[in-house]
Design a protein around this ligand. Structure first.
Ligand code: PEP
Ligand code: MN
Length: 362
């Protein structure tokens, strides 16, 4: 293992603990290649539909303890109620994580925090299923109040109805928002639940590395194809090591020299263009404000779906013609249009006679 890799937190192990042999063989495979890893295994599995594999329950805690005794790996599992917390504390696990389906519920999170209160167990908190950074923050704060500041955040992506290559959309900006509210929080990327399939794992792991994450959670199984849950996304211990060694550790600081000079030159062009973009946006908003005045005078509704569809499809087509991805243009114009609608709403709700602030500038 290279030194930079050594410094990252690696959490590896099967989605679910299925049998003593499956747990121990997987752990041996991981320990041999990544001796400083933490070992994960779901003892109680929160499954979407009843009837799927729901974990073997408390019996698996003994297997986790065996893993620690035999391999030295630190062991963890997911907890979702106080009974499970008590069983993990009694078994002496090194860590527990709060799953995405639990983070959404502050009542439950508080119950878990109360059950963990005053212990020194390592707690990790996954993001909630939907992209709400405050809910994630709240769960972490409740845990910090119970066990101290060393709580770790796990970014496992967000459920979306939009089809994409990911099982759970990463929405990296949500994790950044959490980081900006909790500077210094350690953040691990659960690449398995984001990717959902083996071919995507490496690129998600690389992206997390490039974005400065502190480590990865990677579901690892001695026989992934026959796993009782999440078979498509699990890797063998050998594939785990191969994936980790294939990652490019880039320089986080740009070294002095030609590359730095070139970057600085390009950055100054970007700064100039960003300034131009802002002026264009202000000009565009001024026209929106004028339209807002007319809508107010003639009692016309602000949101005009036909017009919005036309703007979006024209801009997407124009953007794609010049090589800008449609999804990017769509997101950009959603933001711009939202602001126009907000601005016109402000104008319409203003008592007659008052000038809208932005319009007066041009
Ligand atoms: C898991 O880690 O196996 C799991 C169920 O995760 P999540 O809570 O992210 O869905
Ligand atoms: Mn899983």
């Amino acid at each position: 293992m290279n030194e930079q890799l050594e410094q990252k937190m690696l959490i590896a192990g099967p989605c679910g603990a299925e049998s003593r042999n499956q747990v121990l063989d997987t752990a041996r495979g991981i320990a041999e290649r990544c001796p400083s890893a933490w070992f994960r295994a779901g003892v109680w599995k929160p499954r979407t539909r009843p009837g799927s594999f729901e974990g073997v329950g408390e019996a698996a805690l003994d297997w986790l303890c065996e893993v620690r005794n035999e391999t030295g790996l630190r062991v963890m599992t997911e907890v979702a109620n106080t009974r499970q917390v008590e069983a993990c504390l009694k078994a002496g696990l090194d860590a527990v994580w709060i799953g995405a389906r639990t983070t959404v519920n502050p009542f439950l999170v508080q119950e878990l925090a109360d059950a963990l209160s005053g212990t020194r167990i390592q707690v990790l908190v996954k993001n909630p299923l939907h992209p709400d950074p405050l809910l994630w923050l709240g769960a972490i704060e409740r845990m910090q109040a119970a066990v101290g500041p060393e709580v770790i955040a796990i970014h496992r992506g967000f459920h979306s109805f939009e089809t994409s290559q990911f099982r759970n959309h990463p929405l990296w900006q949500v994790a950044f928002e959490l980081r900006s509210m909790l500077p210094g929080i350690r953040m691990v990327c659960d690449i398995s639940h984001i990717a959902g399939s083996r071919p995507l794992l490496r690129s998600v792991a690389q992206e997390a590395l490039d974005l400065g994450y502190d480590g990865w959670m990677i579901e690892t199984h001695i026989d992934p194809d026959h796993a009782l849950s999440d078979a498509q996304q699990q890797v063998t211990p050998a594939q785990l090591a191969e994936l980790l060694h294939s990652l490019d550790f880039r320089h986080s600081l740009i070294p002095e020299g030609e590359a730095l000079q070139a970057i600085l030159r390009h950055r100054s062009e970007i700064d100039r263009l960003d300034g131009e973009l802002l002026k264009l946006l202000r000009e565009r908003m001024a026209y929106s404000a004028l339209i807002g005045e007319i809508k107010k005078e003639h009692n016309i509704s602000i949101f005009q779906p036909e017009r919005w569809r036309e703007v979006l499809s024209t801009m997407r087509a124009q953007g794609e013609d010049i090589g800008l991805p449609g999804a990017f243009i769509r997101n950009l114009f959603i933001q711009i249009h939202d602001e126009s609608v907000r601005l016109q709403g402000e104008i319409i709700s203003k008592p007659a006679g008052e000038q809208p602030v932005r319009d007066s500038e041009n």
